[in-house]
Each structure stands twice: as C-alpha cells, then as structure tokens.
Design a protein around this ligand. Structure first.
Ligand code: ADP
Ligand code: MG
Length: 332
C-alpha cells in the first residue's frame, strides 16, 4: 500500500520567524504549517482547501522543497527514486526540480511579455537541459501545446494577445513540458472567470489522467475542488482537520469546519434543508493561535476539552480522517 504513495509528509511544520519581539525569550513565529501528516497517492488528483491564510500555499511549497521545513519530514517516491526532502543533496534537488512543478495562480504575472509563447514553453527544457537539439525542443513544445489546446499559430505570438483562459493554458503547458510526475496547482483557476474555470479544470483533469500525473490541487473554493479532486484535505490555521475521498467528504463531513464550508456552497436544490451552521467570525492570527483545538473560537460545538486539548487527526481504514474531539457525538 505505502508504495502507492508519491508524497508522504509526517509532522511537517513550517514556522516563519517574525521580526521584532523581545530580546530574550522565545522569538515569535508564524506557524504557517504545523504537525501535518499527508499521504498523496500516485496518480491522484488531491485537493487541499481552507480559507485564505490557512497555510495551503506553504504546505504545497514545502512538498516542492520551496518552503523552509522547520520540523518533520516529506518523502517523495516514484518508480525510480526516493528522496527525503529534508536530507536531499544538491544533485538530488536538481533532479527533484525536474520531477516536480508548480502551476502559478496568476497567468498574467507568470508569463514574460517579451517572449513568444514557443519560447515561454521551451524555457524549462532549455534551463534543465532536457533536450539536445532545437528540433527536439520544438517537438516537445508542439506536443504539450497540442495537449493544452494551443496551435502552431499561438506559439508564434506574445502573451498579451491571449485571454485569461488561454494564458493559463500557456502556464500549464510550460509547467508540464518537462514531464514532471508531481504538480502543485496553487489556486490555478481562482483568477479566471467562472465560465472559463470549468474549461481549465477539465483540461487539467484530462491531462492528468493522460500523462498519469499526481496533482496537489490547492483552492479556497470547495465547489471547485469537488469538481475535479478524488481526495480532499481540509486545512485550518496550519493544521489538517479532515481528509477523505471527495464523495465521502461531501456526503458525510465530520469536522464542524468542513460542515461550515460546505454549508456556504449555494445548493442547486432549493428544497435542500439548511441544517448546517454558518461560519462566524474571523480566522485567528497564526502568530497567536488559541489553545486546544484551533477551531474552538468559531466552533458552535466546542466544549471544555476543546479549549485545552488539541485533537489529533484520527486514522481510519476507510481513508476518512478527522481531528475533532466530538465528531462521533455530532453524527446524525
Ligand atoms: P494560504 O495559501 O492558505 O492562504 P499561506 O500558506 O500563504 O496560506 O500562509 C499561511 C500563513 O503564513 C499566513 O499567516 C501568512 O501570512 C504566513 N506566511 C506565508 N508565507 C510567509 C513568509 N514567507 N514569511 C512570513 N509569513 C508567511
Ligand atoms: Mg495561498
């Protein structure tokens, strides 16, 4: 079973130091990511959701060895190699950069305005030295461009000539041209119009299946995640609070935070009962999180134990994990 896991994080923590604070005593830190255990199965489209500031980008970047890991481990394992990202040497890191990629959020900022689309997509191949001739590079560029529904005419143009959806397809082609195994897509459709989001999501899903890629798909929007992901993990204030196969998470959510996020999605059925609770108040500051369960300050079900004791993510044989003292009491 464990051989099917591409990314395995254990007790993964990323703390950012804050400037200021007292001269003596502990320095203040932001616990952007704290004690996270995460298994991303090979070939899965794995969703990570949570409000802005919950630590999703930090966790995604830590899995790419692009955020400083304060404590814990991340292991990457495919058919050929196995790396502990906290122990990885320079040569292995160069190799890992070829096996992993990030698709950026903002297709406007990510593309150099002075390069043609062909050169933008070809650049990673040249930087990583993955091809040995211009013909080979062109061949690879054309192949991935076609997968991303860009034609030869598009390749000769500059990014400003394209719409938001097209630019995002260019970013995707650029990220995938090196044939990575693991892709982190961070809010990859958030900047797009709703009507174009579905197109880009379907494209990502299609390419992922065709190329056998593993995706970590980050979004603040649970309805976007529902559309494409086969497994979803929910993050709150640096912690994973629930993780389950998508269908299971939507049919039988266990954490009060997940239930609140779900209740915020407008229902297509006007007769659907409005039983779930609304999410009140602001997410607390990660520099000064509350004691006990991090969600207790906003949780309608919090009792004494929740205010002192932080619940751990409980494993289960069905793959549905939850970190809540009361989830069993709250089942209806
Ligand atoms: P999300 O992607 O869910 O919005 P982030 O991972 O971007 O969350 O941020 C989590 C927390 O960590 C936030 O409070 C953010 O301000 C803080 N943070 C993120 N990156 C840094 C950094 N480089 N230095 C200091 N604090 C950071
Ligand atoms: Mg983010």
């Amino acid at each position: 079973m464990s051989d099917d896991i591409l990314i395995k994080a254990r007790d993964l923590s990323v703390h950012y130091p804050l400037s200021g604070g007292k001269l003596f005593g502990p320095k203040p830190v932001v616990k952007a990511c704290e004690g996270v255990n995460l298994d991303i199965a090979k070939g899965s489209f794995f969703g990570l959701v949570g409000e802005s500031g919950s630590g999703k980008t930090t966790l995604g970047r830590a899995c790419l060895k692009a955020a400083p890991i304060t404590r814990g481990t991340v292991r990457y394992k495919d058919e050929d190699v196995s790396y502990d990202l906290t122990q990885i040497d320079k040569e292995q890191l160069t190799d890992y950069r070829k096996r992993s990629q990030l698709i950026f959020q903002d297709p406007y900022a990510a593309l150099s305005p002075r390069m043609t689309v062909r050169d933008i997509i070809a650049e990673p191949l040249e930087v990583m030295g993955l091809t040995s001739s211009r013909e080979e590079t062109d061949e690879r560029v054309r192949e991935i461009a076609a997968k991303c529904r860009l034609n030869l005419e598009h390749l000769r143009r500059f990014p400003h000539a394209f719409s938001g959806g097209q630019r995002q397809r260019i970013s995707i082609a650029r990220a995938l041209v090196s044939r990575p195994h693991f892709v982190v897509a961070d809010e990859s459709v958030a900047a797009l119009d709703v009507s174009i989001q579905a197109d880009v999501l379907n494209l990502l899903k299609e390419i992922q299946a065709e190329m056998g890629l593993t995706f970590l798909f980050i979004s603040h929007d649970l309805s976007v995640v529902a559309h494409v992901c086969d497994h979803v993990a929910v993050m709150y204030l640096g912690r994973l609070v629930e993780s389950a196969p998508t269908r299971e998470l939507f049919a039988a959510p266990r954490h009060p935070y997940t239930k609140a996020l779900l209740s915020a999605i407008p229902s297509l059925d006007p007769d659907a009962p409005k039983t779930a609770q609304k999410l009140e108040g602001e997410i607390p500051s990660p520099t000064n999180p509350p004691p006990g369960c991090k969600f207790q300050t906003r949780c309608p079900n919090a009792i004494d134990i929740c205010r002192v004791d932080e619940p751990k993510l409980e494993h289960s044989s069905t793959g549905h994990e939850v970190a809540c003292h009361r989830w069993q009491d709250l089942m209806d």
